[in-house]
Ligand binder design. Structure first.
Ligand SMILES: [Ca+2]
Length: 91
């Protein structure tokens, strides 16, 4: 559990190169590199762009750590639902 949290933080920071936000390009790279197994459409840059816009609650064109966590929460939630056999459609 602790190592998972460490990974969440270090993945964000290494993708943002230590900055507080991921720009569009860094976000795209991170999703393609790290989340291809959990997410569909990671080879489509327009799909990733759309996802980024959905996460960007303050509309600054970048993904903050908080916004990144909402993506993680969403993915964890869909994974949990798929494992518990919940019929809720995560898409
Ligand atoms: Ca933002």
């Amino acid at each position: 559990m602790e190592s998972a949290i460490q990974t969440l933080v270090t993945t964000f920071l290494s993708s943002s190169r230590g900055k507080e936000n991921l720009d569009g390009k860094s976000f795209q790279k991170m999703v393609q590199k790290q989340l291809g197994g959990l997410m569909e459409d990671t080879n489509s840059s327009s799909a990733i762009k759309e996802m980024q816009q959905g996460l960007d609650v303050n509309n600054d064109g970048k993904v903050s750590f908080q916004e990144y966590l909402s993506l993680i929460g969403y993915l964890a939630n869909s994974l949990s639902q798929s494992k518990t056999g919940s019929s809720a459609d995560a898409s």
